[in-house]
Design a protein around this ligand. Structure first.
Ligand code: NAD
Length: 303
C-alpha cells in the first residue's frame, strides 16, 4: 500500500521501517532529524512537512505523544483532514490518547470526507521492532479491511473493538492494569529484598507461583534479572514514565466519566506521579523505575 507515517519516535521509527521492509511505498515525517536517514536508506520518502506525507497515500499513520499533538496535526483548517478533503483517505492514529479525543477526530474526519480509526498498540519498542504489536482498533469494518495489510505488517494481532474511540478505551484499560501490576511487582520484590531474599530467586519463585505475570518475566523492574528488560540497561529504551502517567490519567478520567471505582489504578497513578515529580530523570526513563520508591533506604540507615 501507499502509506504515510508521522512521528518517528521510540515506536514510530520501527513501525515505519517495517512498512518499508515489507514493500509498502512509504512517506515519513518527523519533527526532528531523528531516524530520517535510517528510513531514507530503507527506501522511504522523507518529507519536510506533515502535509508532504499525505500526497498519494491510501493510509496515513500518526504515532505522536498525546491527543493535543495528534489534533494539532490532523484537525482544523490547516490540518491533514482538511488537506485531504473528499479523498476518502484513511487516517490511523496509533498514539495513546483520550477516547473522547479520538471520537472528536472521527467526527471531524467525516465532515471532510475522509476516514479515521484509532488503533493504539501494545508491545513496546521490542514489539514495534519485530512486527509483533497488538493493535486495538476502533472504526468501521470497511476501513479496517482497507488497511489490514499494513496492520498485518506491523503487528501480530488486530482486535476490532467497535466504533472509533473503543480502541483507546481498551488501551487505557490495559495500561492502567500494566501500571498497577508493575507497581505491585516492584513493591513485592523490594519487600523480598528487605527480608534477605535473592531477588533473582524470588522472581523465579513468583514466576512459578500465583504471583507471576508477563511483566515479571519480560519487564522485571529489578535490575539484572531479565537481561533485555529496561531495568537491566539503566531503565533506557522502554516506556517513558511520563507517558505512563499520561495513560493512567486517561484511564482515571474515563473511570470518573463512567463512575467506575478504580482504587488500584488511583494508587498506581499516585506512585508514578510522585516518582516522576521528585526525580526529573526518571520521568523520561522506563516506568519500571518506580521500584526505586520501594527500594529507598530509610534516611537514618542510608547515613
Ligand atoms: P516518543 O516521544 O518517542 O515519540 C514521539 C514522536 O512525536 C517523536 O518523533 C517527536 O519528534 C514527535 N512529536 C512530538 N511532538 C510533536 C509535534 N508537536 N509535531 C510533530 N511531531 C511531534 O513517543 P513513543 O514512545 O514513540 O510513543 C508514541 C505514542 O505511542 C504515545 O502516545 C505513547 O503513549 C504510545 N505508546 C508508546 C509505547 C512505548 O513503549 N514507547 C507503547 C505503546 C504506545
Amino acid at each position: 500500500m501507499r502509506a504515510g507515517f508521522i512521528g518517528l519516535g521510540t515506536m514510530g521509527r520501527f513501525m515505519a521501517a517495517n512498512l518499508c521492509r515489507d514493500g509498502h511505498q512509504v512517506r515519513v515525517y518527523n519533527r526532528s532529524e531523528g531516524p530520517r536517514a535510517e528510513l531514507r536508506d530503507l527506501g522511504a520518502t522523507v518529507c519536510e512537512t506533515p502535509t508532504g506525507v499525505i500526497e498519494d497515500c491510501d493510509v496515513v499513520f500518526t504515532m505522536l505523544p498525546d491527543g493535543a499533538v495528534v489534533s494539532s496535526i490532523l484537525a482544523g483548517e490547516n490540518g491533514l483532514f482538511a488537506a485531504s478533503a473528499g479523498t476518502g483517505r484513511v487516517f490511523v492514529d496509533s498514539s495513546t490518547i483520550a477516547p473522547g479525543t479520538a471520537r472528536e477526530l472521527g467526527a471531524e474526519a467525516a465532515r471532510y470526507g475522509v476516514s479515521f480509526m484509532d488503533a493504539p498498540v501494545s508491545g513496546g519498542p521490542a514489539g514495534a521492532e519485530t512486527g509483533n504489536l497488538v493493535f486495538m482498533v476502533g472504526g468501521s469494518d470497511a476501513d479496517l479491511e482497507r488497511v489490514r495489510p499494513v496492520f498485518d505488517t506491523m503487528g501480530r494481532k488486530v482486535f476490532h473493538t467497535g466504533p472509533v474511540g473503543n480502541g483507546q478505551s481498551a488501551k487505557v484499560c490495559n495500561n492502567m492494569l500494566a501500571a498497577t501490576i508493575m507497581a505491585a511487582t516492584s513493591e513485592t520484590l523490594s519487600l523480598g529484598e528487605r527480608l534477605g531474599l535473592d531477588p533473582d530467586l524470588l522472581s523465579e519463585i513468583l514466576a512459578n507461583s500465583s504471583g507471576g505475570s508477563t511483566l515479571l518475566q519480560t519487564w522485571n523492574p529489578f535490575p539484572a534479572i531479565v537481561p533485555n528488560a529496561p531495568s537491566s540497561r539503566d531503565y533506557e529504551g522502554g516506556f517513558q514514565m511520563k507517558l505512563m502517567v499520561k495513560d493512567i490519567r486517561l484511564a482515571l478520567d474515563e473511570a470518573r466519566l463512567s463512575e467506575a471505582p478504580v482504587p488500584m489504578g488511583s494508587a498506581a497513578h499516585a506512585l508514578y506521579v510522585f516518582k516522576a515529580n521528585t526525580d526529573a530523570a526518571a520521568a523520561i526513563k522506563d516506568y519500571s523505575k518506580v521500584i526505586e520508591i520501594f527500594r529507598a533506604k530509610k534516611a537514618d540507615a542510608a547515613a
